[in-house]
Design a protein around this ligand. Structure first.
Ligand SMILES: C[S@@+](CC[C@H](N)C(=O)[O-])C[C@H]1O[C@@H](n2cnc3c(N)ncnc32)[C@H](O)[C@@H]1O
Length: 263
């Protein structure tokens, strides 16, 4: 199993795109000339940016061929690049007024080095704007790790085999970016998603957080069994509400680092 699945990811497009709208709305850069969406996925975050700044020249970048193909099909008039965020950050071929990334930087290593490089690709007076999940220790993630470490599964997940998310708390991002930014806004929001049932939480994570576990397993049968065990571990904690649905809290960390206009 490899590659991102745009259809699986877009099953929860409304919930996944809301943080992107909230981030874009807070970027105080008027009339940017060039905007880039790093880890643009199937184009859902890009659509928000294109709508927000219709006159900007827009570029989307993603390392997944499946995701970039989907984005290009949806928005053929925009510029799409298949590429790696860390490599793009280290290159020096031009600056952008808004460098944006929604729900992608958790897949990129070494934030201490990469975030300042991303800011170096921002034009004077522009902004770097990033959102990543801030819930690695929330119950659904703890349970994924507990199921993988259980006697039945631990043989399938030797240490170091499961790709890890890269993320830090807000203090780290303050210490990393405040010395090089003209201004830094940092905040966290906990979204309370209402999903149809507990099965929907597994579906949600099949598109993202469960992927590093599922991609280690060799057969579809094993993947189904792991997902079923994960579902059983979630079930007691996410009961159906009397008013309908289950409540799925999801904390996210946001930052906007502004580049001084004389830099
Ligand atoms: C969870 S999706 C986010 C999609 C979209 N930005 C959104 O707001 O919903 C994460 C995306 O990051 C991409 N990605 C992960 N690591 C990457 C890297 N090192 N370079 C470029 N893209 C990467 C994946 O291919 C995937 O499309």
């Amino acid at each position: 199993m490899s590659g991102w699945n745009p259809n699986q990811y877009l099953k929860f497009a409304a919930e996944r795109t809301q943080p992107c709208r909230d981030l874009a709305a807070r970027i105080a850069v008027s009339s940017p000339r060039r905007v880039i969406d790093l880890g643009c996925g199937p184009g859902n975050s890009s659509a928000v940016l294109i709508d927000h700044w219709p006159d900007a020249e827009f570029t989307g970048l993603d390392s997944s061929a499946e995701m970039i193909d989907r984005a290009r099909r949806e928005y053929p008039r925009q510029h799409w690049i298949a590429g790696d965020i860390a490599e793009w950050a280290a290159a020096s071929d031009g600056q952008f007024d808004v460098v944006f990334s929604n729900a992608a930087m958790q897949w990129v290593e070494d934030h201490a080095a990469v975030y300042p490089r991303l800011l170096s690709r921002v034009a004077p007076g522009g902004a770097l704007a990033i959102q990543i999940p801030g819930n690695i220790d929330a119950l659904p993630h703890r349970l994924m790790r507990e199921v993988a470490a259980s006697p039945e599964w631990k043989g399938s997940f030797p240490p170091g085999k499961v790709r890890e998310w890269h993320h830090h708390e807000m203090e780290f991002y303050y210490d990393t970016l405040a010395p090089v930014a003209a201004r830094l806004d940092l905040w966290a929001t906990e979204y309370l998603h209402v999903l149809a049932d507990v099965e929907a939480i597994v579906e949600w994570y099949r598109g993202t957080g469960l992927r590093p576990f599922l991609e280690v397993l060799e057969t579809d049968a094993e993947r189904q069994r792991f997902a079923a065990d994960y579902l059983a571990s979630l079930r007691p904690h996410f009961p159906p509400r009397a008013a309908g649905g289950v409540l799925f809290p999801f904390r996210r960390i946001f930052l906007i680092a502004y580049k001084g206009s004389n830099l």
